[in-house]
Each structure stands twice: as structure tokens, then as C-alpha cells.
Design a protein around this ligand. Structure first.
Ligand code: ADP
Length: 720
């Protein structure tokens, strides 16, 4: 009897067996409905086997009209689950994010002109025919609204034979991109890189690249060449462009539209269910040729994926920290390998891991060292805050203030960067000295004056700012300590009363439209000084921006995780790169109390490779990634004692592994989160050790009370 082994998108240990009823067309990879417990569920046929055991099996109920999930995708899911110590079903759940996409598109009735003109015309009927001519096929509601008549008029026109009704899909196909259009005339350097990429696409097969080019050197233009070649070579080939969520702006999508005559299919967290099912369905059917998305787009079921681009590959938002933890850049390389596709990792400040891979010859490195035209990188100056101390209660040094004044007088723009949202990152009571925390979480509340609320940035919890201290009851005793972007904006408004100052953070730019608004006002010169968080660092082009001030360059260096220096370097050089994009030379003033720190020194000297060399030496010496492997085990419980106990229990059950060192248990730096007490282990090993297998073995023997939670994090980026 032919039996289908079905994997369900849930945390179950393995696929389950089902009988295949006669007449049901099923193959490996088919998306099907089958009974599971009391419910009917959607799953994927993982295997079809000839079962001789004559068991009584439940039957598959139905099959979806979606092309079967390709073998490469199934292989990728298995790999991803094993590597990241998760169940295959949990990874499958990430691939099935839109159940609506499995069914055919819903339809709607639209009305269009037949060309027949009834001789029983009325003014209302006249208006409807005019409207239909103007807007083309439309629903009765839209047509009635456009003509400003009731929908009974439309019914009458159908009966009279002047309008006809058609059923059409509501979810439209994405327009096809055109590979024959051309972009800018490439510089010789860009052209050489573009040719190499085109050749790799022509040759076919897995081929990884590092596209290493300074900000504004044309990396996007160059990878557009690879996209064009992929589209042209194979009319069914698909392309995935992964971008940090924050960079998925309208401006970026418009660049695709300019270059290929059609926008890409989008995939990110703020899509509606309808947009999501449309992108999912069009991708699964192979009709969406270019998909641009945040990290989760890597799990879309492409039919014929031939090129993956990871733009800003160093960006830490590619690491997923909740649910199945994974690094989308690393997984993208594996997916490309399984699909036999080319993969391009692009960055101005590539991650050390990627640089080491390039140096070892595992990735081919393409360098872009110049900005086209006269544009050049800004000059960087470190402002030593020990000798350039701001006035009491201020955060801008005299040097930076003079720079802001001079820039305004020259009719040019400034950008101030501080990676802290709100007004003040800490609120204390002057009376009892208490620092206000989020309930059930060890995280300080941030004061937001814009909304007059106290907000926990870790959990999103917030409260209206109270008049009295919630602990001692003292009146008007709460005081914000330290600067956030709102406070810096206030300081600038006092310094430059006639300047137009705006704040750019996730609080002022909620959606695409607001973000576009700020970017456009800045690009057109309406804003004099923009004060922003890391949201400003991403790819915007401001031609009249000539001064960048980094308010607190040291903030990223605190917390002491292994990539702190690297991250600070990347973020600051990206922010500084916003200036001097056009013909005007720019200047970046970087305020620091640690001007001797290697990250600061390298930044000032523009010596990225020197900086990476120091980082590399340290990590090689200490056998830290990528020279050694690392993992974390994070346990939590609803009370402090249990958290301690399960920590000790986990420590005792840690298996022996050759070369594996287990550090812990230790209370996590964020000791309490959403009411759960957290304990961590850090695990290190040499490169050759299969740390995923070690962690899986540990989890298997670890028997915890049901109130406890545990999760493994392979190659952790967050140590909180
Ligand atoms: P990157 O991705 O490296 O930051 P982009 O591809 O975004 O660089 O290019 C930066 C800016 O320079 C963009 O506005 C782009 O249109 C423009 N540009 C890039 N290459 C050329 C070129 N060869 N000729 C004219 N403009 C170019």
C-alpha cells in the first residue's frame, strides 16, 4: 500500500503516515489536508513509501492546487532544523506563513462595457458608462462610487446588455520584470564586477560572492546586473533579495521598478494577510520573478530559485532571536548551495565571518572602491569628549555645536545620530532614588515626551507618565536621565531657533508613508537638522547633507559582547556614509570618551581592513567565531528558585563532548523578562566540532518540569 509520510508545520518529532486514497494525485512535496487528532490540518508530503505492514491508517483528505514543494526546499528545511537545533515541523511552519496562499485566489465580479448602447438611457446610466470607460473593469461598488449612483443602475445596465459581468481573481499576478532595460552607464570597476556576476549566472550552479564596496559605490547597480542576467537566461528563474526589515522602504522598491520596469513582490512583517498570501502564492507557483523581503522571505517555497542577494549582509537583524533561532545570511548561503544558485552578500562593512570566508577562498570577493562621479566619503574626526566637554545638562560638544551653526549658515544640512529612542533612557525618582522598571521585566523605562509615556523598549509595555512616583508617592519627583533623540532635538532647537529640526526614529516613522515623508523632506532640503536612531543609517541618499554628528559613539561598545566593536564600527561608518554622497564633501564628527579604542581609531583613519585585522587577531587567539564555534542554552521559569534549580539540573546533564566547554549556569544579564526568570549557558568548541549535534544531544537528555522553557541558540548574537 502506498503511504504518504506527512510533515505538519508544528513541533512534532517526525512525519506521520497516511493512506493515499485512490484517485488522489499526490507526489512528494504536495501540500495536503489530513486528519491529526480531532482536527484536519495542512501538511506537506515528505516521502511516499510502499508500506507492507497492512496497518489501518487514516487517509489523506485532499490536495492543494499548489505546485509541490521542490526537493531543494525540503532538503533546506531539514538542514535548517538540524543546524539550528529545531524540529523540521517548526521550520516548515516558517515556510507556510500564509495558509491563504495555498488556495487559488478568491474571485470577484467586475463589470465592463460591452459596446452595446441601450436606447433607454438616463443621466445616471450615462454617468456609469462614462465611469466604466474611465476606470475599466471594476466591481459594482467601485463603479457606483465613481459614477456617484446607486448600484441598482449597474444591474439595470447589465440587463440592458450595455455592461457585462466577469469573474476575475482578486489577487493579481505581479507584473513581469524586463531584463532588457538598462541602468546607469557603469564605471569600469562596476562593469568588471557586473561581468563576473553575469558570467556566474550564465555558468549556473552554486557560487557565493562577497560584493564588498564602500557606501554609495554602486553595489545595488552591480547586483542588478546579476538579476538582469538571471531573468534573461531562464524565463522561469526566480530571484530573492534579502534586506534588513528597516531598509525595505518604498524608495528601494522604486529602484527595482526603475531598473526592471516592474516592482518586486514584497515580503515583510507589515504586509496585510491579503498581500502576504499573494506573494506566497505567486512565489510558490513560480510566477513572482523577483521577491524582496526581510529575513523570513528565505523560507518562501520558490520553484526555481537561481539567485539570492543578501544586501547589508552584516546587519544583525538577519539573526532571528525568537522561535527557531537562525541567521538568515548563513542560511541563505546554504539554501543557494542546495538550489544550485548564485548568492551575493553585499556590504560596505562586511561581517568578520564573511571576510574570513572570502579570504579562505570560499567566497569570491568583488571590490568597489570608488563612488561614481565626484561623490566621496566624508572626512572623519574624533571629538575627544574629555577635553570638549558639553555644558552642564547638554550633550553636544562645543565643536559639534559650532559645526551645526556653520552648516546651517552655509544653507546645508546636518544629521545627528543617537541610537536611543525617546527623551531619556532612564527615569529616576528624585525623592526615593528608584529607577523605574517595566513590570515583570528587568529593563528600565524610557521617557517619551512626544507621547508623554514611559515605555519599555524590550517588551513594548508602556504607561502614561505619572505625576507621582509609583513607589514612594512623591509629587513631581520623576526625572529623565541621559539623552534620547527627543532631548537632542530640544538642544538643537535652542541652539538654532530658526532651523527646521525633525526626529527620525521608529516612533516618528511608523509606516512606509511616514518614513518616505521624512526621507523626502530631508532629500529636498526642507529639514535643516535630522536627529535619528539607527533607522537613518540605511541607504538613504541626502545630497545636501554635509555634517554628520555622532552624539555618543561609545554607547555600542558597552555590554561587552563579542561583536560590540565590530557592530559599532559598522553602524558608525554607515551613518557617516550618509554625508558627502553628492558633489559636496562632508564631514563627520564622532563624539567619544574613548578616542584610543581601536574601533574609533580605525573609523577616524577610514581603515576598515586594519580594524578587521585587529578583530580577527583577537578572535583567532581566543578561538571565538569564526575561528571556533559558540552556542547558548537559555532556560527560563516563572519563579526565581525554579530558574536556579533547572540551571543546576541542566548543568549536570550536559553531555561530554570532545573539545566542548560549557560555561554556566549563570543568571542572564536580563534576569527577568515578561515575568520569567532566565538562566544562560555559553558553550564553545573548536570549528571541527558539530556543536548542533552536541546541543541536540543535550536537549534530548534534559528532562525539565513543564513550567520551564529551554531553547538553544547556535552562534548567538545576543548575550542578554
Ligand atoms: P551602494 O548600494 O553601494 O550604496 P548604490 O547602488 O545605491 O550604492 O549607488 C549609490 C548612488 O549612486 C545611487 O543613487 C545610484 O543610482 C548612483 N550610481 C551608482 N552607480 C552609478 C553610475 N555608474 N552612474 C551614475 N550613478 C550611479
Amino acid at each position: 500500500m502506498l503511504t504518504a509520510r506527512i510533515l505538519f508545520p508544528m513541533p512534532l518529532p517526525e512525519p506521520f503516515d497516511y493512506a493515499i486514497p485512490d484517485g488522489l494525485q499526490i507526489e512528494v512535496g504536495s501540500y495536503v489536508r489530513a486528519p491529526l487528532g480531532k482536527h484536519e490540518r495542512t501538511g506537506v508530503v515528505w516521502e511516499i513509501v510502499d508500506d507492507q505492514t497492512e496497518r489501518e491508517l487514516k487517509s489523506v483528505v485532499s490536495v492543494f492546487p499548489t505546485p509541490p514543494m521542490p526537493a531543494a526546499m525540503r532538503q533546506f528545511i531539514i538542514f535548517c532544523a538540524r543546524y539550528n537545533v529545531a524540529g523540521a515541523g517548526q521550520v516548515l511552519a516558517m515556510a507556510l506563513r500564509s495558509r491563504g496562499g495555498l488556495a487559488a485566489s478568491p474571485t470577484q465580479t467586475v463589470y465592463d462595457l460591452t459596446g452595446h448602447r441601450t436606447n433607454r438611457m438616463t443621466p445616471a446610466r450615462e454617468k456609469v458608462l462614462d465611469a466604466a470607460k474611465a476606470i475599466g473593469p471594476a466591481s459594482a461598488a467601485d463603479l457606483a462610487r465613481e459614477a456617484d449612483v446607486s448600484s441598482s443602475v449597474i444591474k439595470g445596465l447589465v440587463e440592458a446588455g450595455s455592461l457585462k459581468a466577469d469573474k476575475v481573481a482578486t489577487d493579481l499576478a505581479f507584473p513581469a520584470p524586463d531584463p532588457t532595460l538598462s541602468g546607469h552607464d557603469l564605471t569600469p570597476e562596476q562593469s568588471a564586477a557586473g561581468k563576473t556576476l553575469r558570467q556566474a549566472v550564465i555558468d549556473g550552479g552554486f557560487k557565493p560572492f562577497l560584493l564588498d564596496g564602500i557606501t554609495g559605490s554602486g553595489k545595488t547597480e552591480v547586483y542588478f546586473e546579476a538579476i538582469a542576467e538571471t531573468l534573461a537566461k531562464d524565463p522561469t528563474a526566480q530571484i530573492l533579495v534579502l534586506l534588513p526589515e528597516i531598509a525595505l522602504t518604498q524608495a528601494v522598491l522604486e529602484r527595482f521598478e526603475d531598473r526592471f520596469g516592474a516592482g518586486p513582490a514584497p515580503w515583510h512583517s507589515s504586509l496585510s494577510d491579503i498581500e502576504r498570501r499573494r506573494t506566497w502564492r505567486e512565489t510558490a507557483h513560480g510566477r513572482a520573478r523577483i521577491v524582496t523581503g526581510a529575513r523570513s522571505a528565505l523560507f518562501l517555497p520558490f520553484r526555481n530559485l537561481k539567485l539570492i542577494i543578501v544586501d547589508e549582509e552584516h546587519d544583525t537583524s538577519f539573526k532571528q532571536e525568537e522561535g527557531v533561532t537562525y541567521h538568515a545570511r548563513d542560511m541563505a548561503v546554504m539554501r543557494a548551495k542546495m538550489e544550485g544558485a548564485a548568492v551575493i552578500l553585499a556590504s560596505a562593512t562586511p561581517a568578520l565571518e564573511t571576510v574570513v570566508n572570502a579570504e579562505a577562498g570560499r567566497y569570491e570577493r568583488l571590490k568597489l572602491s570608488a563612488r561614481p562621479g565626484a561623490a566621496r566619503l566624508p572626512d572623519m574626526y574624533l571629538v575627544d569628549m574629555r577635553s570638549n566637554t558639553p555644558e552642564k545638562g547638554e550633550w553636544l560638544s562645543p565643536v559639534l555645536k559650532r559645526g551645526l551653526v556653520a552648516t546651517k549658515e552655509a544653507g546645508e544640512q546636518s544629521l545627528l545620530f543617537l541610537n536611543r529612542r525617546g527623551y531619556a533612557p532612564l527615569v529616576i525618582c528624585k525623592s526615593c532614588g528608584e529607577r523605574l522598571k517595566s513590570p515583570g521585566t528587568e529593563s528600565w523605562l524610557t521617557e517619551h515626551r512626544y507621547s508623554n509615556r514611559l515605555v519599555c523598549h524590550l517588551t513594548g509595555w508602556s504607561m502614561a507618565k505619572p505625576d507621582n512616583c509609583p513607589l514612594c508617592g512623591a509629587k513631581d519627583s520623576l526625572m529623565g536621565v541621559g539623552p534620547g533623540v527627543e532631548r537632542i532635538a530640544e538642544e538643537v532647537r535652542i541652539l538654532l531657533p530658526n532651523a527646521k529640526v525633525e526626529i527620525f526614529s521608529s516612533d516618528t516613522a511608523h509606516g512606509g508613508a511616514e518614513t518616505m515623508g521624512i526621507v523626502e523632506r530631508m532629500a529636498s532640503g526642507e529639514i535643516d537638522v535630522l536627529v535619528g536612531t539607527q533607522i537613518v543609517a540605511k541607504g538613504h541618499n541626502f545630497p545636501n547633507l554635509t555634517l554628520v554628528g555622532v552624539v555618543d559613539a561609545d554607547s555600542g561598545l558597552q555590554g561587552g559582547d563579542l561583536r560590540a566593536g565590530e557592530r559599532t564600527y559598522q553602524l558608525l561608518s554607515q551613518v557617516a556614509g550618509r554625508a558627502g554622497r553628492a558633489e559636496r564633501p562632508g564631514k563627520a564628527l564622532v563624539q567619544t570618551y574613548q578616542p584610543d579604542n581601536p574601533a574609533m581609531q580605525a573609523l577616524a583613519a577610514g581603515d576598515r581592513d586594519g580594524f578587521l585585522q585587529i578583530e580577527r587577531d583577537v578572535r583567532e587567539e581566543l578561538l571565538l567565531p569564526p575561528f571556533g564555534r559558540m552556542a547558548a542554552l537559555i532556560l527560563s521559569a516563572t519563579d526565581a528558585n525554579m530558574s536556579k534549580e533547572i540551571g543546576l539540573l541542566a548543568g549536570k546533564s550536559a553531555p561530554h563532548g570532545e573539545g566542548v566547554t560549557v560555561y554556566g549556569p549563570a543568571p542572564a544579564p536580563i534576569g527577568v523578562l515578561r515575568g520569567r526568570y532566565r538562566t544562560r549557558f555559553l558553550i564553545t568548541s573548536p570549528r571541527e566540532v558539530d556543536l548542533s549535534a552536541y546541543m541536540a544531544a543535550w536537549l534530548k537528555v534534559l528532562k525539565l518540569p513543564s513550567a520551564a522553557r529551554v531553547r538553544a541558540d547556535i552562534d548567538p548574537y545576543s548575550f542578554l
